[in-house]
Write a protein that binds this ligand. Structure first.
Ligand code: GLA
Length: 363
């Protein structure tokens, strides 16, 4: 269990009976609007959470990766062993990706590494625990090797860990907000131009990040299937990337491909709209876009679930200004926009109806 007074340094010392060499951390994120648009080179608008993951590491000479995590317990394996779908894959991935990029040798961890991870980000909740561990391990290795790497570069390497070692062909949103996001700001990010604009959140409203009580798993393949649908839709419309298409071009598509394209293209427009609504302090219009986004993710992108749909519907009934699933979907968290004065009562009413939900964070 996560203990606020604990750190990965303390966890490391308690488990390995020695102090680590260096430490690093990365925050989780909530995506306010713009889901499944990043790998289509569209628009997204995430924001960092206060929840974070910190990591401590020490080089060893026993040929092993040995790890302790507050979520997953202890585990070890040989440095050169195959991937095993455990959290140590992120560590192996971090080492390989880093050294392949910057050195032609294995660096100070060539003989082994001890790692401790302490995280307040619940895994499998759609709030980017995997980008956090990828970014944090890369930063820790780069500190240990005294190699300065820019934020964008770290983000791209972290994405490579997901692609090549975890098997999720994700976009770049999570890694970019973990490295470039500013707390209490939304990060409006255009993946086509690679430009970011950070913008302050609403003064009188909260975004509540609420866990539905249902866990989600990306590597099960649903995520990559959606990516394949988008590639196929782009090919049929004669564009390189789905976000290059116009809404009118979807007339060339049928069935699920048409639905996928409609979601992505309309979602890009909603993100653009929300950026302006945030600038003009128009929470009402922002919230409406969130409901529309959920509807589109549910009906056209088909990444929602009856439980998530019910949560959104009920949130609307009891006075949320906006609500939608956040992240990849298939369970995990929702994000709700409410007036600050109402947020506590809102949560009480939601919890009365849905016993398994819990507040993950509030920004
Ligand atoms: C996951 C991926 C992101 C993004 C979201 C959906 O979080 O890691 O790249 O595609 O799903 O918006």
């Amino acid at each position: 269990m996560f203990n606020l007074n604990y750190t990965s340094i303390k966890l490391f010392q308690d488990f390995f009976s020695i102090s680590p060499y260096t430490s690093s951390s990365a925050n989780g994120r909530v995506n306010l609007i713009g889901d499944h648009t990043d790998y289509n080179y569209g628009l997204v608008m995430p924001s960092p959470l206060s929840l974070k993951l910190d990591i401590s590491i020490l080089p060893t000479d026993n040929g092993k990766i040995r790890g302790i995590s507050n979520h997953f317990g202890s585990k070890e394996r040989l440095l050169n062993e195959e991937l095993d779908k455990s959290w140590l894959d992120f560590i192996k991935g971090g080492l390989e990706v880093f050294y392949k990029q910057y050195y032609d040798f294995d660096g100070i961890f060539k003989k082994g590494i001890n790692v401790a991870v302490n995280s307040s980000i619940p895994p499998g909740a759609g709030i980017s625990s995997s980008a956090a561990i990828s970014v944090a391990i890369l930063k820790a290795i780069s500190y240990a090797e005294r190699k300065e790497i820019g934020n964008n570069e770290i983000a791209v390497l972290a994405q490579k860990i997901e692609h090549d070692f975890i098997g999720t062909k994700c976009g770049l949103m999570d890694q970019m907000v973990a490295t470039n996001g500013i707390y209490n700001n939304a990060m409006f990010y255009n993946l086509k131009t690679n430009k970011i604009k950070n913008i302050k959140l609403f003064k009188n409203h909260n975004f509540l990040v609420i866990h539905s009580g249902i866990k989600r798993k990306l590597s099960e393949g649903n995520y990559n299937k959606r990516l394949n649908d988008c590639t196929e839709a782009s090919r049929k419309m004669g564009v390189l990337r789905l976000s290059d298409a116009k809404l009118s071009m979807t007339s060339k598509l049928k069935g699920k491909l048409k639905k996928r394209a409609l979601h992505v293209l309309s979602e890009n427009l909603r993100v653009k709209g929300c950026f302006n609504f945030l600038k003009n302090n128009n929470s009402n219009a922002f919230g409406k876009m969130m409901f529309d986004s959920h509807e589109s993710l549910s009906k056209n992108y088909e990444v929602s679930s009856p439980e998530l749909d019910n949560l959104i519907l009920f949130s609307k009934e009891i006075g949320a200004e906006g609500a939608r699933l956040t992240g990849a979907g298939f369970g995990g968290c929702i994000v709700v926009l409410v007036d600050k004065k109402y947020s506590e009562e809102f949560l009480i009413r939601l919890k009365r109806k849905f016993k398994d939900i819990w507040l993950v964070d509030k920004i």
